[in-house]
Design a protein around this ligand. Structure first.
Ligand SMILES: O=P(O)(O)O[C@@H]1C[C@H](O)[C@@H](CO)O1
Ligand code: HPA
Length: 247
């Protein structure tokens, strides 16, 4: 479901849940919502996820601002014929996560006294959690945390020039000394604990981040239905992409 609302003067649409490659969806299906949101006029994408931490400075419940990612997913969302209407064949990935939004989020975190880290997220297929050797590999490869989502959506967002901010909640530590066991239940519980701070941070980021009125050319691909929707949304549209358990 897409949930429409406002935060301050900003219009927000949130995806209630997301699709994962491990669930059997193709990468095109996983990333389709991002394309739809872009054509609804969304300017900024905020992605969140739960991940396993391999950086020893993290602990369960840490909020990590994603500064970069490593794509270790088995299929690329842009594989196949490129549709130039969406974006170029070869996409510049030198700034997948907006430096400006990262700086603003850090500033807000400091003001609100919320502890945040930054780090590199590595995306694996899942659905298995990593073996201890795989966690070690993730660390050696230069990542700080590992998960099973986000990377495909961010690639497609960059393809369409959607400015993106990403945040990860560390729900388990994949470190050989401290790892006990990890289950989805623990992931949900740890994510829930981080929810109040994450909610404050993201809300404030949405309020403070710059937005622009929709440009006329953002309308040209909209269907009649979308056109009406567009008019309801008027000026600012932002996209808040939080898994259901954060709401
Ligand atoms: O959708 P995300 O990446 O936040 O969810 C993580 C990865 C798996 O879907 C699930 C494992 O518990 O949490
Ligand atoms: O340790 C993890 N590995 C992969 N995905 C995850 N999602 C939450 N925790 C993890």
């Amino acid at each position: 479901a897409l949930v429409f609302g406002t935060i301050g003067v900003k219009k927000v649409v949130a995806m209630q849940g997301r699709f994962h490659f491990y669930e059997g969806y193709s990468m095109k299906e996983v990333t389709f919502p991002v394309r739809v949101l872009k054509y609804l006029g969304v300017e900024k994408l905020i992605v969140s996820n739960a991940s396993g931490g391999v950086n020893p400075n993290y602990k369960v419940g840490s909020i990590v601002i994603i500064k970069d990612h490593i794509n270790f997913m088995p299929e690329h969302p842009l594989r196949g014929k490129n549709d130039e209407r969406f974006g170029p064949r070869f996409v510049n990935m030198s700034e997948p996560y907006s430096v400006e939004m990262i700086a603003k989020a850090k500033e807000i975190a400091q003001e609100l006294n919320i502890e945040v880290h930054d780090g590199v997220y590595l995306g694996l297929q899942g659905p298995t959690f990593e073996t201890l050797s795989e966690y070690r590999m993730v660390k050696i490869l230069g990542a700080d945390c590992v998960g099973m989502s986000t990377v495909p959506e961010v690639i497609v967002a960059r393809h369409m020039e959607l400015e993106t901010f990403g945040v990860s909640i560390i729900t388990d530590m994949g470190d050989e000394e401290s790892i006990l066991s990890v289950s989805h239940k623990e992931v949900l519980e740890a994510a829930k604990k981080a929810e109040p701070n994450l909610r404050k941070l993201v809300k404030e980021l949405i309020v403070r981040v710059n937005g622009h009125p929709l440009k006329p050319n953002q309308m040209h691909c909209l269907s009649i239905f979308e056109w009406h929707l567009h008019h309801c949304l008027k000026w600012y549209i932002q996209f808040l992409y939080l898994p259901t358990f954060f709401w």
